[in-house]
Design a binder for this molecule. Structure first.
Ligand code: S3P
Length: 426
């Protein structure tokens, strides 16, 4: 479906966003693992999270909706049932990788499958450490989905130093470790999002500038009442639209403010953005609060390599901020972008080239400079939700608007994108 967007005159009002995608996946998995009923308020309505919900149901967890909350009847320790067919992860890397950690320790066989995009994404990064724990995988040569997981003879705790910065891999190992008496340790050289650690209350230490997180049976989840704060990665699109539209002000209520997720706000503030937080609270150890954004003049900065894992999902929309800001916009040390829902370096450079900008592509990033020279373009989403939303925002900032191809992919994280935009723009 091709979607047309016109230039926005101003942005005003308040937004309540549905729950954060990363926290939603974990709330579902931990509720399914726990014994008895858990409730989850403000769960993400994105298709990725529905993939996790259906998958947990297919493993024996009860799922029902009650008063706008999702109630999950968890199976308890060792209570999951063998699935009657393959387990479909849709487009969701988080589902495939986190659930691999859970299935690796079960006494039954399972098969994980995904859509076309997910079937190309790297899974060796999660299979390798789980195999070190004793898990048994049957994979193709490229270690991509589909693959089978068969019962292990024995699962052992490990200490694993992460070769790539990935919260999904870290979480898979920690989830497998929840089934063992002895501690499983994951060592990170770069800090990635820490929802698994916070929501389970795991022990996390810093040793010689490395972050060491450990899990064991004593942290196995119990039934809980979760509130999922609004999705900060979703809010990034509304924030950039507000910053770059004159005479605009937007308040986004109860959004996740976990410091491992707010890197893009730090970057935007350094670029000159007027963004404030108020009324910070906590739920399941996760901080959240209101974000107030006002129109600002932005100037590009050097984005340091340490912050890249923290802004990885927001690079598409930060790029849009960057091309409207003074100076050149440069992203380096971000090779991981090549293995997201699309090759995001390629997807971004393709659309930036359409705009008549000067674009230099590198293996690990790109530089973009010059001024937009073309008007009313048809951008390609590459069926990647964050690329689609980024170029929808660019169209809303462009004199003659623009359009985005295969726009329905926004349903992956935010089926309400258009409704939210329509409620705040003039
Ligand atoms: C996620 C971790 C990140 C992120 C993804 C969600 C998570 O991926 O890009 O959207 O919920 O753990 P990696 O862990 O592969 O970097």
């Amino acid at each position: 479906m091709i979607k047309n967007f016109s230039k926005v005159k101003s942005v005003k009002g308040e937004l309540n966003l549905t729950g954060d995608k990363s926290i939603s996946h974990r709330a579902i998995i931990f509720s399914a693992m726990a014994s008895g009923k858990s409730s989850i308020a403000n769960l993400s309505q994105g298709h990725d999270v529905i993939s996790t919900l259906v998958l947990m149901h297919n493993l024996g967890a009860g799922v029902l909706t009650k008063n706008r909350s999702v109630v999950i009847n968890g199976v308890g320790y060792k209570g999951f049932e063998a699935p009657s067919s393959e387990l479909f992860c849709g487009n969701s890397g988080t589902t495939a990788r986190l659930v691999s950690g859970l299935l690796a320790v079960q006494k039954f066989s399972s098969e994980l499958v995904g859509d076309e995009s997910l079937s190309k994404r790297p899974m060796k990064r999660v299979i390798e450490p789980l195999k070190k724990m004793g898990a048994k995988f049957i994979t193709n040569e490229s270690y991509t989905l589909p693959f089978n997981i068969t019962p292990a003879k024995k699962i052992m705790n490990i200490t694993y130093e992460m070769p790539v910065a990935s919260a999904q891999v870290k979480s898979a190992i920690l989830i497998a470790g929840l089934h063992l008496e002895d501690e499983t340790e994951v060592i990170e050289n770069e800090r990635t999002r820490n929802h698994t650690e916070l929501m389970l209350g795991l022990q996390v230490k810093t040793e010689n500038e490395k972050i060491v997180s450990s899990s064991s049976l004593k942290y196995y989840p119990t039934a809980n009442e979760y509130f999922v704060p609004g999705d900060i990665s979703t809010s990034a699109f509304h924030i950039v639209l507000t910053l770059l539209t004159p005479d605009s002000e937007l308040k986004i209520n109860s959004v996740s403010l976990n410091p491992t997720r707010t890197g893009f706000i730090e970057v935007l503030r350094l670029m000159g953005a007027d963004i404030k937080y108020e009324d910070i609270k906590y739920s399941s150890n996760e901080p959240y609060g209101n974000v107030i954004v006002k129109s600002s003049v932005l100037k590009n900065i050097i984005i340091s390599s340490e912050i890249i894992p923290n802004i990885i999902d927001e690079i598409p929309i930060l790029t849009i901020a960057g091309i409207f800001a003074e100076g050149d916009f440069e992203i380096r040390n971000a090779k991981e972008l090549r293995v997201k829902e699309s090759d995001r370096i390629k997807s971004l450079c393709y659309n930036l080239n359409l705009l008549g900008l000067e674009v230099e592509e590198f293996d690990d990033g790109f530089i973009v400079s010059g001024r937009i020279r073309k008007s009313f373009l048809t951008f390609e989403s590459f069926k990647d939700h964050r690329i689609a939303m980024a170029f929808a925002i660019l169209s809303m900032l462009s004199e003659n608007g623009g359009e985005v191809n295969d726009f329905e992919c926004v349903n992956i994280s935010n089926p309400k994108f258009e409704e939210q935009i329509n409620s705040i723009v003039q």
